[in-house]
Design a protein around this ligand. Structure first.
Ligand code: PLP
Ligand code: ZN
Length: 367
């Protein structure tokens, strides 16, 4: 039986529907060996994230789980512009709920279904909540989503359409998470958290596997928007597994992008700290990455440092300008996803350096 292990104190726990953090307050990871990657097996599975199911910590050959899927993954990788032939965009906004969060939500809700839960609770700036609501609907599990009363109305409408109960909270992103966690503990239900539950990263790691298949190699650099780090950590762990299997030699350099108005991780990186100190969010258009106190800051900082990566901070007008420039090339992304294109515009790319720019949320989601 799989277990969780605390990142801070090393205590282990059985994976149960109600265990979501350590008694010491630390975040949990899954106890597992590096999966053996059998590339020849991939074609035995659907052309989606489930192509890589053998690398995910589900019981092999067991019928106790069945994937909760809507065909997520295998997003297009396109050259940004013929004038920049080594820069690619990966179009993850073309997903069932229009953001990359579907990768994690599909795997996390598959785990919830395997555990036999009847209700989940999640908190979100919008996209993760939308994805959890949709996949919960898909497997007939009741769902409450906690979010800010300032969340984009389109994201709220999308969540409601999937039948989830909306709990609107007035307060910071941290207040909203605290309200959800209180409800989880009081109601004894499954916390479908994209931040705390490590099964979410088992979904987002497919991002790395897909890039490896699409390029037939690893790229040099990935420029990732980061708030709680669910894409960043997925990318990191996916490439790490590919390295550990000898399929590639290096994990690509991770260039992590934060909005200057809410940049706790960038600050900790600059000052050499192991953990990010909470900051005050002074307001950013990039609502999806406005995370003042990221719970997995230590893991995120370790990952970026391990890849010889770096952090960049982006001003509000640079975000607006980047979205306009991407739109002029035909890609309409939400502000949270324009932020990393703004990072690319400032990044000093070496000649021939293969750079990936995730386009992770659809423009139609935020005004
Ligand atoms: C479109 C988009 N991109 C990037 C992110 C960043 O993800 P994370 O907060 O997990 O780092 C989010 C988070 O909501 C998002 O919605
Ligand atoms: Zn602990």
């Amino acid at each position: 039986m799989k277990q969780f292990i605390c990142k801070s104190c090393g205590k282990t726990y059985d994976i149960t529907p109600t265990r979501w953090k350590c008694e010491c307050g630390g975040v949990l990871n899954i106890v597992k060996d590096t999966p053996i990657i059998d590339v020849t097996a991939w074609n035995n599975y659907p052309n989606s994230i489930w192509r890589y199911v053998e690398t995910m910590p589900f019981a092999k050959g067991s019928k106790t789980w069945e994937s909760v899927t809507m065909g997520e993954g295998q997003s297009a990788l396109i050259m940004l512009d013929p004038a920049e032939p080594t820069t690619y965009v990966k179009v993850d906004y073309m997903m069932p709920t229009l953001s990359f969060k579907d990768r994690g939500a599909a795997v996390l809700m598959t785990k919830a279904k395997e555990l036999g839960v009847s209700k989940v609770i999640a908190d979100s700036s919008g996209n993760a909540g939308t994805a959890i609501a949709a996949y919960a609907a898909r497997c007939h599990i009741a769902c409450d989503i906690y979010l800010s009363d300032q969340t984009s109305p389109k994201k709220i409408a999308q969540i409601k359409a999937h039948g989830a109960t909306i709990k609107e909270i007035r307060g910071t992103r941290e207040d909203i998470a605290a309200a959800a966690q209180k409800a989880v503990d009081e109601e004894h239900v499954f916390y479908a958290s994209h931040v705390y539950n490590p099964y979410f990263y088992e979904g987002t790691k497919t991002y790395a596997y897909e890039l490896y298949e699409q390029l037939k190699a690893a790229p040099d650099t990935i420029i990732v928007p980061v708030g709680n780090g669910t894409l960043l950590l997925g990318v990191y762990y996916g490439f790490k597994e590919l390295v550990e299997n000898g399929l590639i030699t290096n994990i690509p350099k991770i260039v992590a992008i934060q909005a200057k108005n809410c940049a706790p991780l960038a600050h900790a990186y600059r000052t050499g700290e192991e953990l990010a100190q909470p900051v005050t969010n002074s307001g950013t258009l990039a609502e999806g990455i406005a995370i003042a106190a990221p719970a997995r800051s230590q893991q995120i900082l370790e990952a970026v440092r391990h890849t010889n990566g770096t952090f960049m901070e982006i001003e509000e007008e640079e975000i607006v300008n980047a979205r306009a420039q991407l739109s002029a090339k035909g890609y309409y992304v939400e502000m949270t996803s324009a932020v990393n294109y703004a990072g690319y515009l400032k990044y000093k790319q070496a000649p021939g350096e293969k750079v990936i720019i995730p386009l992770c949320g659809a423009g139609i989601k935020s005004v």
